[in-house]
Design a protein around this ligand. Structure first.
Ligand code: HEM
Ligand SMILES: *[C@@H]1O[C@H](CO)[C@@H](O)[C@H](O)[C@H]1NC(C)=O
Length: 325
């Protein structure tokens, strides 16, 4: 009883801090608890994410990537979740970097409906993506961090914008760094967040240009032959391979080992070795897992703070797949 009172006083105090900054629309750790609008929100999302990721770890990879693809386009506003509609036939979801490879939408749907049952109309889809990516990071990497919340969902989603702001696997370090810088993210963030390529999968089409007609010199030749066996030239379907062949479901610093050994799948992965600044960090993350974990967590929070593009006020969507009427 006494412990509960202390807890309530703490919540009350942090709410004062919250209301002090609300005018600037800044996000707050524990927003739904602090405002007492949906104290269970984060636990409910975590339970749903856990259920799905336990069954299929690849969905956790999908959720972490979804957070990235959401935040880079117009800020973290769940614009990536909107389905095509009569009024908006070509949303972000249909753009090449998302379609057909982005996955985990069913996890967000399930989390949203679970949250709606307890606190209807309160929790934004943008926050659910941020929570889900945080939880997936913990389940797959034992990396934990607090993620501020209080986001609103956007009403604009345009496929053409995706290609302009997201890096492709064919981009060199100069371009990747510039695209991150445009979001307020540093070269260190590029290196840390690229560590997410130690989980999940990739379609062959993102790297077959490094395999044919000759195996690129930026790729370990033996690894190149392995990839050729998984991704035959002119295959009728776009196959998939794991990002990390050794620990595909563990978000660990193995990625940096791969990059250094010229066993990263993408040209963009290899390109981290092309400046001293980024190559040194690859080396540090490779040798010191705790350093990678701390920096990855920090960069995920930073990505979650990318400012919204439009000044139009957002909403709390009823369905994550459609704007409200
Ligand atoms: C640096 C620039 C980046 C490029 C060029 C890039 C590109 C790609 C590509 C082409 C794929 C393969 C998708 C597929 O075919 O299924 C992929 C997968 C993935 N990316 Fe990135 N990415 C970048 C940065 C990031 C960041 C910042 C994150 C998140 C922190 C991230 C997380 C992931 C994850 C988790 C997967 C596996 C997805 C799955 O298994 O469904 N990537 N990335
Ligand atoms: C990186 O790519 C851009 C765009 O293709 C190109 O203009 C630039 O010269 C490249 N930089 C390096 C260092 O290769």
């Amino acid at each position: 009883m006494e412990a509960k009172n202390t807890f309530q006083i703490q919540v009350f105090l942090s709410c004062i801090l919250l209301f002090g900054t609300l005018s600037t629309k800044s996000l707050e750790v524990g927003y739904y608890k602090c405002t007492n609008t949906c104290p269970q929100a984060e636990e409910i999302v975590r339970g749903v994410v856990y259920k799905y990721v336990l069954q299929e770890p690849g969905l956790g990879a999908g959720l972490i990537r979804m957070f990235f693809h959401d935040c880079f386009v117009r800020g973290c506003d769940a614009s990536v979740l909107l389905d095509p509609s009569y009024l908006n036939p070509n949303p972000e979801k249909l753009a090449v970097p998302n379609n057909p490879s982005l996955r985990g939408f069913e996890v967000i749907d399930a989390a949203k409906s679970a949250v709606e049952q307890v606190c209807p109309g309160i929790v934004s889809c943008a926050d659910i993506i941020a929570f889900a990516a945080r939880d997936a990071t913990y389940f797959l990497g034992m990396i934990s961090y607090e993620i501020p919340s209080g986001r609103l969902d956007g009403r604009i989603s345009i496929a053409d914008e995706v290609l302009k702001v997201l890096p492709t696997p064919f981009h060199n370090l100069t371009v990747v760094k510039a695209l991150f810088a445009a979001q307020g993210l540093s070269a260190d963030d590029v290196v840390a967040l690229s560590g997410a390529h130690s989980i999940g999968r990739s379609h062959c089409s993102s790297f077959t240009n490094r395999l044919y007609p000759t195996i690129d010199s930026t790729l370990d030749q033996g690894f190149g032959y392995l990839l050729r066996s998984k991704c035959p030239e002119n295959a009728p379907v776009d196959g998939v391979v794991p990002q990390d062949f050794v620990t595909p479901t563990k978000l660990d610093n193995k990625y940096y080992q791969n990059v250094k050994g010229l066993k990263g799948l993408f040209f963009s992965d290899w390109s981290l070795l092309t400046s001293d600044e980024t190559a040194n960090l690859v080396n540090d993350f490779r040798t010191t897992p705790q350093f990678f974990e701390a920096k990855f967590a920090e960069s995920m929070v930073k990505m979650g703070n990318i400012p919204l593009l439009s000044g139009t006020p957002g909403e709390i969507r009823k369905s994550c797949r459609a704007v409200n009427y």
